[in-house]
Design a protein around this ligand. Structure first.
Ligand code: AOS
Ligand code: ZN
Ligand code: ZN
Ligand code: ZN
Length: 394
């Protein structure tokens, strides 16, 4: 593949940023506020726009409802307009079906029909926000599950889940997609109603063609081969998107590629392989991170760069030679082709790709001396926020 083809492919891979990754977050042991951090939807959009300005590949920002809400007197149309004025657009709409006290025993799987009704109403509200903002994605993650054997009837919960999500699905715009995210455990510790890709996949099959599986790279058991899941979902036409982050233990939500960049490279290898062998499969590439000790914008920029690094290396795989080795049964020869690509220094290609679209060759360095970012940080420490309600990422 030529350098020009690689640069074109990198430019064409948009990476969506999560609004919640720009707000103060923490663990249950504490949070450490960052001076000048984004406090409301406007400031989160400003910071997401900064990442796009520095990288050129982050044109959308996902929002989480009700962590993100327009202030009194403003509408979602106004927020979408503000995003446009900042050079970005509203991406996936994420309903929050886990924080309200009513959801203690679940949302769409709750044994109480009144609470399920409330959850469905929230899904419909989010489907309306899609229509107003022009978003094409309703991204579902549920905390639903149980902590003890016998706590609730697993079979009934599955049916409630399907029935309620079907109502949310029907409320979406005709060209909207529902992304169904799974997670092995947490906050539930005995069973989770959407625990793995198979559960999400079968639920999507029940919902309809526009329901697809969302793979969060931090949501699996140790040693799970995520690229295998990715290859299978592509083959089945049900890969809806990613929440990229990195982890060592559980849902750590750390900077992408910080713990296991090789796994990310292998994922991109399957994304290219499952497509045309030249570019990655088109799906919703999103980050889902929660920064505790690191600076939010800096962490987000680094994640974007690390996604691009993994993709660039996967683009370098000599697929013709690989196919020959595979057919010949040359195990180590085939493996060496992947290793060659992985060990290539792609920093010059990435720098050239950025400069070609008028972005800094080194976005992290540019961020450190960015005047607008410094000005906003200072202003936010003295002026009140425009809206209330910066929510914590989980
Ligand atoms: C939670 O673990 C999931 O990753 C969700 O995507 C969630 O909505 C997001 O992380 C915000 O907390
Ligand atoms: Zn996620
Ligand atoms: Zn998560
Ligand atoms: Zn999380």
């Amino acid at each position: 593949m030529s350098q020009e083809q690689i640069r074109a492919a990198l430019r064409a891979l948009p990476i969506e940023l999560p609004s919640w990754g720009f707000a103060n977050a923490g663990t249950r042991f504490g949070a450490f506020p960052e001076p000048g951090v984004a406090r409301d939807i406007y400031e989160k959009i400003e910071d997401a726009a900064t990442v796009h300005r520095l990288t050129g590949v982050c044109p959308t920002v996902a929002v989480h409802i009700p962590w993100d809400l327009p202030p009194a007197g403003k509408t979602w149309a106004d927020i979408a307009e503000f995003a446009k004025s900042e050079g970005v657009a509203i991406g996936a709409i994420n309903p929050n079906l886990f924080q309200d006290h009513d959801y203690k025993l679940g949302s769409v799987c709750n044994p109480d029909p009144a609470i399920r009704k409330k959850a469905v109403a929230h899904l419909k509200e989010c489907a309306e926000i899609m229509k107003v903002t022009g978003s094409k994605l309703l991204s579902i993650w549920l905390a639903d599950g149980t902590n003890y054997p016998g706590q609730d009837d697993i079979k009934s919960r599955r049916q409630r889940l399907i029935d309620c999500l079907a109502e949310g699905y029907a409320a979406m715009p005709d060209d909207g997609e529902m992304l169904v995210e799974y997670k092995l455990f947490e906050p539930a510790f005995y069973h989770t109603d959407l625990a793995d890709w198979g559960t999400s996949f079968t639920v999507c099959q029940k919902l309809g063609e526009r329901a697809k599986v969302l793979v969060d790279t931090g949501h699996h058991g140790h040693y799970t081969n995520i690229e295998f899941i990715v290859a299978t979902l592509i083959a089945e036409g049900r890969l809806g998107g990613f929440h990229f982050n990195d982890r060592r233990y559980a849902d750590d939500d750390l900077i992408v590629g910080s713990a296991n960049p090789y796994a990310l490279f292998c994922i991109f290898h399957e994304l290219i392989n499952g497509n045309d062998g030249k570019t990655a499969f088109q799906t919703a590439y999103m980050l889902d991170q929660s920064h505790v000790v690191e600076k939010k914008i800096e962490a987000m920029v680094l994640s974007v760069l690390n996604v691009q690094t993994a993709y660039a290396k996967a683009l370098l795989v000599d697929r013709a030679a690989l196919a020959e080795m595979q057919v010949a049964g040359d195990v180590m020869g085939a493996h060496a082709i992947l290793r060659d690509a992985y060990e290539t220094d792609v920093r010059p290609i990435l720098a050239a790709t950025r400069e070609e679209i008028g972005r800094p060759a080194d976005p992290l360095k540019a961020l450190a001396t960015d005047a607008l970012v410094a000005e906003r940080r200072a202003r936010r420490q003295v002026e009140p926020a425009r809206a209330s309600g910066a929510g914590l990422g989980a």
